[in-house]
Structures are given as structure tokens and as C-alpha cells.
Ligand binder design. Structure first.
Ligand code: C5P
Length: 416
């Protein structure tokens, strides 16, 4: 698969960023294995994740916050009652920001504190406040690990849905041999990847159009619209995370293409149609998230159009090809052709008509008269409509909505 080089993800050259844009909190506690949190942080960054680190007082005795700050690219959080840190990102905000809390290494004491639900330090408070899944990678002396108190604590955490990663066994820093070593950082990363990389679209090819098209009037001016491309790019990211080969055919936007995506930049509707036709020969899913300009000037002036004293101007427009309808009409077509209907009134009625007229399998209908879910917004909500079902999708970030939509579409692909 082609990989796109991205300066923000230098580790991603030639490799998939399998945790792209996932938000991880690494909780580091007082254990000799605290230095291994540096490798975990670095590997998560290489996988495209955003990382914030919380260190307990004990952890700061073993490794400096500066190391983890440099590797994570974010200030390290240490105190619950630190006013500067709370002003930048309060502990509740931090807990909500996380897609996962990974406590690695987790000392025997930190495990006991989790069991008790203690909230007198930042890590404990975040563990209680986060709605995200919690992963605990224990690291301690083999005797401490084997003790009934620790074992019972581990069972309590497991029964609460917390995932325990490891521990490993082998020779320990204290000279003992036995179970209690921190699981190898690469194995910790692979467990996290296995949780987040769904693989629902492994081996599938998804083609997505995104952003606006532009129709030139002359070398200087063009007709276009307000599409930001955010929804299409969020869908591309969700497809990459679901393991799909993903082609993103995009009009001019300011979004960054997710690493791993094959980006085809286009400008006019005709260019978008040509690129869509070429890319969808072997596509399993085609998603038309682009806001295509419906009409283009009949002729394009070769030189800048001058005002020359006129108060009106006649512009003759001709209709553009319908890209998604052309894809849906192909003799060999993708298994699922999915459109978007951005409407300002009678949203689902118009969307349903488009579903039929364009011979689509699904159409996502949303009300763009609401500025919270409009063209430039980071959020969206609407209804995923098919011939026999309507699924309402509540207001959420375009990223979450894209993941929900891709998970739903994956269920409707024919078995291979
Ligand atoms: O603009 P309209 O509401 O008809 O768009 C509905 C769907 O059709 C969208 O998915 C859009 O990307 C697609 N479309 C297209 N080519 C056009 C117009 C719309 O692919 N010329």
C-alpha cells in the first residue's frame, strides 16, 4: 500500500499509523520499569497516536517528566491541584479527552489504589473520571505479584472491565526470577492496536470523494461552495483504521490526508469524475462526501473577465455530470455506493428521493441549516438511510460519526 509521508508522523514512512489520532493517557507509577514508559510513549507516537502522560510522585523518582514531555510532545501532568496544569487542561477534561488510559508500569500500590477508587492524586482521579477503557500493565517484584492481596486486586479490576496486560516473567531488577516484569512495550502496543484497529474492512478498497469542486470562470475566478472536506477526511481516517485500502479524491481543502491514504487531488467536477471512475474499478465501497458544484460556466474565458463599466453580467451555466450516479450506474459497480444529502428543509424526504434517483445503497441525510452540523463544523448528526432501514446518528464529532458509519457499512458488505 502507498504511504503518505507526513512530517507530523515521521515514524510512519512506509508503515501504517495504526493508532492514528487516537488519544492515549499513559499513567506512569513508581516502579523501576518506569523508564520503559519512554518506549511505550515513543511507539504510540510512531503509530500516529496523541499521547499525554500522567506521572505519580513515585514515578518522578525513577524518571524525569522532561523525558516523557520530549517524547510525547506534550507537557507531563503530575499534580491534581496544580493550578497551571488545571488551567491548561483540567483533570476532567483530560479524562474525557482520552480514548484509552494505559497505566504502565502499574505498581502494586497503584493497583490497590485503583481497586479502592482513590482520587487523591491525578492518576486516580482520571481513572475514575474517564469514560474510556483502562489498561493496566503491572510491574513489581515476583513475591509482591504472587501475594493474595495483589491477585485479588487484579481480579477485582478484571471484573470491572479493566484489561490487564501481562505481566511477563523472567529475571527481575531486584535479582529475583519470576512473574512480575512489565510486559514488553511492543506487546503492550500490539494489544492496544488489536483493541483499536477493528479490521472490519481488511482487504477492502474504499474510494471517497471529499471537499468542494471548483469550476473556473476565467484564470482568476471560479464557482465553488463552502465544503471544508472534514467529513470526507474523517471517513478516510475511519477506513484506514478499519484496515481498508483507501483512495481519497479531494477538491481543494485545508485538511491533512491521514497517513496511508492514497490522495488524488482534483479541482473540477470532470476531474473528480475521471479520478472516481479510474479508482473505483476494484472498489468495494464508494462514498460521495464531496459537495460537487452542480453547474459550470459554459465557456471559460482565457483571460481575466473585466468589469469595463457594466453593471450586470450574464453567465451561462451547463449542468455537471453526477459523479455518484455515474458510479452507481456502472455495469460492475462497488458493492456499496453511499451518498450524502446536505439539506436545509424536508431533509429525509429529499434524501430518500436522491437514494432512489441515483440508485444508491445508503445516503446520509443531514440538516445543514443547523450551524452545529453545517459545512464547516467539526460535528455532524443525521440519518443513514437505506431502502429498508433508517439509522439515526446523534450529534458527535465527525471522527466518531465516521467510525460509526464505517462500522455500519462494513456489516452490509457481501461475505467473501
Ligand atoms: O448535490 P446533491 O445533494 O445531489 O448530492 C448528493 C450526493 O451526490 C452527494 O453524495 C454528492 O457527493 C453526490 N454528487 C455527485 N455529483 C454531483 C452532485 C452530487 O457525486 N454532480
Amino acid at each position: 500500500m502507498d504511504a503518505t509521508f507526513d512530517i507530523n508522523f515521521p515514524g510512519c514512512i512506509g508503515q501504517m499509523a495504526r493508532l492514528l489520532n487516537r488519544n492515549f493517557i499513559i499513567g506512569v507509577t513508581g516502579s523501576i520499569a518506569a523508564y520503559k514508559a519512554a518506549e511505550i510513549t515513543r511507539e504510540l507516537k510512531r503509530e500516529g497516536a496523541n499521547v499525554r502522560v500522567i506521572m505519580t510522585d513515585g514515578a518522578c523518582e525513577f524518571i524525569t517528566p522532561l523525558t516523557l514531555q520530549a517524547l510525547s510532545g506534550n507537557p507531563v501532568h503530575t499534580g491534581l491541584l496544580d493550578t497551571d496544569a488545571e488551567a491548561a487542561m483540567g483533570h476532567i477534561e483530560l479524562a474525557r479527552w482520552a480514548d484509552a488510559l494505559v497505566i504502565a508500569p502499574a505498581s502494586a500500590d497503584s493497583i490497590a489504589r485503583l481497586v479502592q477508587g482513590r482520587a487523591d492524586d491525578l492518576l486516580g482521579a482520571c481513572a475514575l473520571a474517564t469514560p474510556a477503557p483502562v489498561f493496566v500493565a503491572p510491574a513489581m517484584n515476583q513475591e509482591m505479584w504472587a501475594k493474595a492481596a495483589t491477585q485479588e486486586n487484579i481480579h477485582v479490576l478484571q471484573n470491572r472491565g479493566i484489561t490487564i496486560l501481562g505481566p511477563d516473567s523472567g529475571s527481575q531488577a531486584c535479582g529475583d526470577i519470576g512473574a512480575g516484569r512489565l510486559l514488553d512495550p511492543r506487546e503492550i502496543i500490539e494489544s492496544l492496536v488489536a483493541t483499536f484497529l477493528t479490521g472490519q474492512l481488511a482487504g477492502k478498497h474504499v474510494v471517497i470523494t471529499a471537499g468542494p469542486t471548483r469550476e473556473p470562470l476565467c484564470p482568476v475566478r471560479y464557482l465553488s461552495n463552502r465544503s471544508s472536506g472534514k467529513m470526507g477526511y474523517a471517513l478516510a481516517e475511519a477506513c484506514i483504521n478499519a484496515g481498508a485500502r483507501t483512495t481519497l479524491i479531494s477538491g481543494p481543502v485545508h485538511c491533512e490526508a491521514p497517513p496511508g491514504v492514497v490522495l488524488v487531488p482534483v479541482e473540477t467536477t470532470q476531474e473528480m469524475l475521471d479520478a472516481s471512475m479510474a479508482a473505483s474499478d476494484d472498489a468495494d465501497i464508494f462514498i460521495g462526501a464531496a459537495a460537487v458544484v452542480d453547474f459550470r460556466p459554459e465557456s471559460v474565458a482565457t483571460q481575466k473577465i473585466k468589469r469595463e463599466g457594466s453593471t450586470t453580467m450574464d453567465l451561462k451555466l451547463v449542468s455537471n455530470p453526477d459523479i455518484i450516479a455515474s458510479i452507481a450506474a456502472r455495469q460492475v459497480r462497488p458493492s456499496l455506493v453511499v451518498g450524502f444529502a446536505a439539506e436545509t428543509n424536508d431533509v429525509t424526504t429529499y434524501a430518500r428521493n436522491k437514494l432512489k434517483k441515483k440508485r444508491l445503497d445508503f445516503i446520509f441525510a443531514n440538516d445543514v441549516s443547523d450551524s452545529a452540523i453545517g459545512f464547516n463544523s467539526d460535528s455532524n448528526a443525521g440519518t443513514l438511510i437505506s431502502a429498508d432501514n433508517d439509522i439515526t446518528m446523534a450529534l458527535s464529532s465527525k471522527r466518531v460519526l465516521a467510525e460509526t458509519m464505517i462500522a455500519e457499512l462494513a456489516k452490509h458488505l457481501p461475505e467473501t
